[in-house]
Design a binder for this molecule. Structure first.
Ligand code: PMP
Length: 290
């Protein structure tokens, strides 16, 4: 476990991290049937402020609903538990990982009568979002996002990350940092765990969220970009829309705004971080530290 974690939230209580032991009979462990979130808290003069907590909690409940996991916990209490975990660990900045899973029981695929468990972990994470070079080099993965009628990509579900992991393995094996994943129709969807954007002149393009996770950083960056005068559009994008763009960048809670310097063997724009990416990264930094 992370060294900065002493306590976790587990089923309604803060407990010592080493004493919270989920069961080997957990249905979610065997079948990848769980949902989770990733949030960040930023230090504001010695107190923790969790960026867009309500949106993350809303997405957690929506993911559970999509998978048919009955998450009946009181929503306000669950949101407050994120703060309790930070306090219990003495953290004023950090990464927070709530996870909803099902257990115990492995009799066939039925989950009737199985308990729904909620755990929240938090650990120290103070790295800023300033754009440290180098930018990301992406391959285009042979692994596609499953079609939405097979596995809805808008749910942040544990099992969904098996496909991401296979695409990431492929990227690393080919000497890249990460992979662009296409949707079932061959259009650009997202990277393995980040949303993707292309800049063309004063236009900012990103795939519509039918094939990607509706990222909370993505939404924030779209608002910031519109406020900065860019023409922000959701669009059907093919790989040439990336390789022919002036700039490409990725977004996520963990990474903020992350410039992309290369897609397959093609440098993007000048092959370094462009001015729009840099400006949006700065605006995002300002937003989270406000
Ligand atoms: N896509 C996927 C598949 C992800 O796992 C993440 C990280 N949660 C994102 C996009 C970015 O989402 P967010 O900005 O909400 O962190």
């Amino acid at each position: 476990r992370e060294p900065s974690t002493t306590h976790v939230y587990f089923d309604g209580q803060i407990t010592e991290a080493d004493k919270a032991r989920p069961s080997l009979w957990s249905y979610s462990l065997h079948y990848g049937y769980g949902v989770f979130e990733g949030l960040r808290a930023y230090d504001h003069g010695g107190t923790a402020r969790i960026f867009r907590l309500d949106e993350h909690v809303e997405r957690l409940y929506a993911s559970a609903r999509t998978l048919g996991i009955p998450l009946e916990h009181d929503r306000a209490a669950l949101a407050e538990a994120h703060h309790e975990v930070l306090r219990a660990n003495g953290l004023t900045a950090g990464y927070i990982r709530p996870i909803v899973f099902v257990g115990d029981g492995l009799s066939g695929l039925t989950t009737r009568d199985l308990d729904v468990h909620v755990a929240i972990l938090a650990w120290s994470w103070e790295a800023g979002h300033a754009v440290p070079p180098p930018g990301v080099r992406l391959c285009v993965s042979a692994r596609r996002r499953p079609p939405a009628d097979s596995f809805p990509p808008h749910a942040k579900a544990t099992g969904n990350y098996v496909v991401s992991k296979l695409a990431h393995n492929e990227a690393v094996a080919r000497g890249y940092d990460d992979a662009v994943m296409l949707d079932a129709d061959g259009h650009v969807a997202e990277a393995t765990a980040l949303n993707i954007f292309a800049v063309r002149g004063d236009r900012l393009l990103t795939p519509a969220p039918h094939a990607c996770l509706p990222g909370i950083t993505r939404a924030a960056v779209m608002e910031l970009a519109a406020g900065a005068g860019l023409d922000v559009r959701e669009a059907v994008m093919d790989v040439p829309a990336l390789t022919g763009a002036d700039e490409v960048f990725l977004t996520s809670t963990a990474a903020g705004v992350r410039p992309v310097w290369q897609v397959e063997e093609r440098p993007i724009g000048s092959g370094t971080t462009g001015p729009v990416t840099r400006r949006l990264a700065e605006l995002y930094d300002d937003l989270v530290s406000r």
